[in-house]
Design a protein around this ligand. Structure first.
Ligand code: NAD
Ligand code: LMR
Length: 347
């Protein structure tokens, strides 16, 4: 889902990309937090995406330098860097006319921390960026990467609601890395190509709220029930911890996340440009578990010219997966409520 165009964009020779007719529409994409571990490689991948025509890079540090560097890549996206006191202007300038805003701003985990431990720092960073987005680019599509995603996405909803510009079809928590990991780990067991190993991952983006639906993958049956299944589920749910541990205090996943966010952004742009049937898993406002107090839930979503076009149900799942969802829902509810009540106290 959604990877083919990015992959072929990455493979297409530069000269062909320069004259690519696929950049049918004028698409301005802003990255907030563009100088960070995710922000830099993500910005580079977006510069390499023929569907991006303008690339606005904002960060509290270094963004003009990152933009000057990336801007030398000979692809069409016109790249500009913005910093709070830079000559190009600050955040408001960066967001003027932006159609897609991708937010990886905020601090990453260190070993021993949960994503929720980032809440105190990242909640206010995301709230403040969302406030300016609601004012300057109220119709833009907002793709949230900053953790804890389960809470930062509801925070954005509250900010946009307060500004009177909330559109549930245009707010996404980016959970593509979970889908990417599930595909990689399962194909490592089954031997099938990762590109043909599609595992829907539903729920949220932390620990037990990450629910891989291996029973829906064509290769799912290559995983034996019992210990092998449990190990694989655990690896998908705690893949982030694996990277945090390996980086040993230097942060969390950045490069695989940049790849995943570039895939998601490319899918969104293709859908905005009118391509039919573009489907990605994303954490969006969803009716599926609202009766259990869960307003946001990731499932496969069909994207269209206005954003979320159709939210697909979880579908047929195994009894193991039913148990995983039972564990996910109360935790997700807590994370969402935390974001919403924090916003009420810290408008
Ligand atoms: P990083 O520290 O390397 O980069 C963060 C960047 O944000 C820095 O350049 C910093 O200057 C910038 N920043 C801080 N406050 C800002 C503000 N107010 N406005 C603009 N920029 C600001 O961190 P990273 O490794 O890139 O991770 C960023 C976030 O993404 C973390 O919260 C991390 O947990 C999260 N993350 C999410 C996923 C996911 O799957 N959704 C995956 C990996 C990481
Ligand atoms: C991930 O899944 O890699 C990210 O959410 C970063 C983290 O803290 O694990």
């Amino acid at each position: 889902i959604g990877r083919t165009a990015l992959r072929s964009a990455l493979r297409t020779p530069t000269s062909a990309r320069l004259f690519s007719s696929s950049a049918a529409s004028n698409r301005a994409v802003a990255v907030l937090g563009a100088s960070g571990g995710i922000g830099q490689p993500l910005s580079l991948l977006l510069k390499n995406d023929p569907l991006v025509t303008q690339l606005r890079l904002f960060d509290v540090r270094l963004a003009p330098g990152v933009a000057a560097d990336i801007g030398h890549v000979n692809t069409p996206a016109v790249t500009t860097g913005y910093s709070p006191d830079g000559p190009e202007g600050g955040l408001e300038k960066a967001l003027e006319g932006a159609e897609v805003i991708v937010i990886p701003a905020g601090v990453p985990r260190k070993p021993g921390m949960t994503r929720d431990d980032l809440f105190n720092t990242n909640a206010s960073i995301v709230r403040d960026l969302a406030k300016v987005a609601a004012k300057v680019a109220p119709k833009a599509h907002l793709c949230i990467i900053s953790n804890p995603v389960n809470s930062t996405v509801p925070i954005c909803r509250e900010v946009f609601k307060k500004a009177g510009v909330y559109d549930p079809k245009k707010l996404y928590g980016v959970t593509t890395l979970d889908v990417t990991r599930a595909s990689t780990f399962l194909s490592g067991i089954s031997g099938a190509k990762p590109s043909e190993t599609i595992v829907p991952v539903v729920g949220g983006h932390s620990g037990v709220t990450i629910v891989p639906l291996l029973s829906q993958a064509a290769q799912g049956s290559s995983v034996q029930a019992g210990e092998q299944y449990e190990k694989l589920v655990h690896r998908i749910q705690f893949g982030g911890d694996e990277v945090v541990k390996a980086k040993d205090g230097a942060g969390s996943a950045t490069l695989s996340m940049a790849y995943a966010a570039a895939v998601f952004t490319n899918s969104l742009l293709r859908a905005l440009n009118g391509e039919k049937g573009v489907k990605e898993c994303a954490y969006v406002e969803s009716p599926l578990y609202k009766d259990q107090g869960v307003d946001f839930f990731a499932t496969p979503v069909t994207l269209g010219t206005d954003g979320v076009e159709e939210i697909h149900p979880v579908g047929k799942i195994s009894s193991e997966e039913e148990k995983l969802i039972e564990a996910c829902v109360p935790e997700l509810k807590k994370n969402i409520e935390k974001g919403v009540s924090w916003c009420a106290e810290n408008p």
